[in-house]
Design a protein around this ligand. Structure first.
Ligand code: HEC
Length: 166
């Protein structure tokens, strides 16, 4: 009776100790495994960091690459080519060849440099400055329907195209 009385707590005690020891081992293994994994993870993060440093940044988008090409299409679509040659030959309007950056004589006797602003204004308000020897109102009548004044992107492309006609 006394023996049986003693064995029960003893068994329980052994269970507890055994459980603690086993738990300790399992915990130790887990901590060890975690540490190894942590080190590996950190190593791979460091590798990735180095890789990111050496990978060149993507090239900036070439937004203006096709601007002149777009302008060329618009030059045809808006029938500019019907009045403006690209090869220097005469027509209803002055040739565009060599125009950008050149000095332009106007019908009021003044001279202006054909910079971006002048070229853009020539499209949105053709009569603002009239080239000497040419008729005022001719281009205005021809392009009025295209409403270039409200199409800054088209004007920008057309100017880029005209600037490429050296
Ligand atoms: C019906 C004929 C006609 C059409 C179409 C026409 N133009 Fe003109 N353009 C002229 C004439 C004429 C002049 C010169 C009188 C003046 O300055 O407004 C001129 C002037 C210009 C000038 C200034 C030239 C210089 O030597 O300083 C530019 C730039 C120009 N046009 C671009 C264009 C573009 C781009 C288009 C198409 C969107 C276009 N034109 C459509 C007749 C035309």
């Amino acid at each position: 009776m006394a023996d049986r009385h003693k064995t029960a707590p003893d068994g329980l005690w052994r269970w507890l100790v055994g459980g603690l020891v086993a738990g300790g081992i399992v915990l130790g293994l887990l901590v060890g495994a975690y540490e190894v994994g942590y080190d590996r993870g950190r190593a791979s993060v460091e590798r990735e960091g180095r890789a990111a440093e050496t990978t060149p940044a993507p090239a900036p988008r070439e937004e203006r690459a096709d601007l002149a090409a777009t302008g060329e299409r618009l030059f045809t679509r808006y029938a500019c080519a019907g009045c403006h040659s690209l090869d220097g030959s005469p027509g209803p309007g002055p040739t565009v060849k060599g125009l950008a950056g050149s000095r332009v004589e106007l019908d009021d006797g003044t001279t202006v440099t054909a910079d971006d602003a002048y070229l853009a204004e020539s499209l949105t308000d053709p009569d603002a400055k009239v080239v000497k020897g040419f008729q005022k109102g001719v281009m205005t009548a021809a392009v009025a329907g295209f409403d270039l004044g409200s199409k800054p992107a088209d004007v920008e492309a057309l100017v880029a195209f005209m600037k490429a006609q050296r």
